[in-house]
Design a protein around this ligand. Structure first.
Ligand code: UDP
Length: 370
């Protein structure tokens, strides 16, 4: 069976790497990897970290949604014509996922959708990801749901139960693989020490990521102002914020936070550094999907800078306070976290799996062969 694994962004690279590693162990699968070019600069290093080199790469000229999707449709068409895969695998909710799945449908190629069934039930939030998920569900043949709730969402939309596999989330596999690499190779901790000496000294810090489109309409300004206040109220606490390269993000964050006391702005971090910071921080402030999942699996409390989450399991995995981008709520939540007033009873950090999701996906594909 010829399988093409498609990916285009940083989270897809992280969540697909364990799947590619697992599929390549099975001689029944002829596995090829295609990079759609969606996140030109920040996606590929994550695959390289796991020793994966794409067999095919698209080149995108357009940055607007329609133009980029059109280019991915055309280039997927050429790829599927030439390679004639039996199955493509897509992950999550990006434009790459939608474009590849739609082209696969045109070519009568089966689609396996990893991280299927996440829903906010608001078609504009997250935008355009919620619609990408809905449409991909209609196009997919195999649905790999990370948890029971996502399976239920798929059932509610009429997806046949036999086509749904609850596998956990492969982000946990990636986290486990990375944790092993960190233990084996001291160079990673040396690098962290050189970049963030206060972390190596055991000083308390908050790790923050914020870049989603929903927060780019003023939300990031509120978040940045709140961070300054948090730093002022808690002079012993540092804040590390890897700022997404998008000009829309930098334009709001940098003017407020550049040079601010205790606030350490940096470029997006490599995965080994980011995971070490996650392991060591007091808590995480984020609007990211993948960071929520990783923090929850590590039992790190989360201040969630979104109005809601399509990952309800997170709340049952780790203490979580949902604040949107309201500055007062963000500051209050940080107080609660730093004062340790959090309830850790009734939590289960394994709700998104224990790191064997890729294996389960590989087995499900094998069983689908009949
Ligand atoms: N990440 C990273 N370095 C950073 C910020 C994030 O390696 O500076 C990783 C993080 O561990 C997670 C993924 O990027 O696995 C999340 O990506 P992002 O927030 O862009 O996407 P989302 O998950 O919201 O779709």
């Amino acid at each position: 069976m010829k399988i093409i694994v498609m990916f285009g962004t940083r989270p897809e690279a992280i969540k697909m790497a364990p799947v590619i590693i697992e599929l390549k162990k099975n001689p029944a699968f002829d596995v090829r990897v295609c990079f759609t070019g969606q996140h030109k600069d920040i996606a590929l290093p994550f695959m390289e970290l796991f020793g994966i080199v794409p067999d095919f790469k698209f080149t995108l000229e357009n940055s607007n949604l329609s133009g980029a999707v059109a280019e991915m449709l055309q280039q997927s068409h050429a790829l599927f014509e030439a390679e004639k895969p039996d199955l493509i695998l897509v992950q999550g909710d990006t434009n790459s996922v939608l474009a590849a799945s739609l082209t696969a449908f045109y070519h009568h190629v089966k689609v396996g959708h990893i991280e299927a069934g996440l829903r906010t039930h608001n078609k504009f939030s997250p935008f355009p990801e919620e619609m990408n998920r809905l449409l991909t569900t209609r196009l997919a043949d195999l649905h790999f749901a990370p948890a029971e709730q996502s399976k239920q969402n798929l059932l509610n939309e009429g997806v046949p139960e036999k086509d749904i596999f609850v596998t956990g989330n492969t982000v946990i596999d990636a986290l486990r693989l990375m944790t092993v690499k960190l233990e084996e190779n001291k160079a990673f901790s040396d690098d962290l020490k050189a970049r963030f000496p206060f972390v190596a000294e055991g000083k308390p810090f908050i790790l923050l990521t914020g870049h989603r489109r929903e927060n780019q309409d003023g939300g990031l300004v509120n978040i940045s102002r709140a961070l300054k206040e948090i730093a002022g109220k808690h002079p012993g606490v540092q804040i590390i914020y890897p700022v997404h390269p998008s000009p829309a993000v930098r334009g709001q964050v940098m003017p407020i936070l550049e040079g601010a006391a205790q606030i350490h702005l940096c470029d997006p971090l490599d995965y080994p550094t980011f995971i070490q910071l996650l392991q060591k921080c007091e808590f995480v402030m984020t609007d990211s999907g993948g960071v929520q999942e990783e923090a929850a699996a590590l039992g790190k409390p989360i201040v969630l800078m979104r109005e809601s989450t399509e990952r309800p399991e997170i709340m049952q995995m780790t203490p979580t306070i949902t604040v949107g981008s309201d500055a007062a709520k963000i500051i209050d939540a940080a107080d609660v976290m730093l004062e340790g007033k959090i309830d850790r009873s009734k939590l289960n950090p394994d709700l998104l799996g224990k790191g064997d999701s890729a294996k389960q996906i590989s087995e499900a594909i094998m069983s689908s062969l009949g």
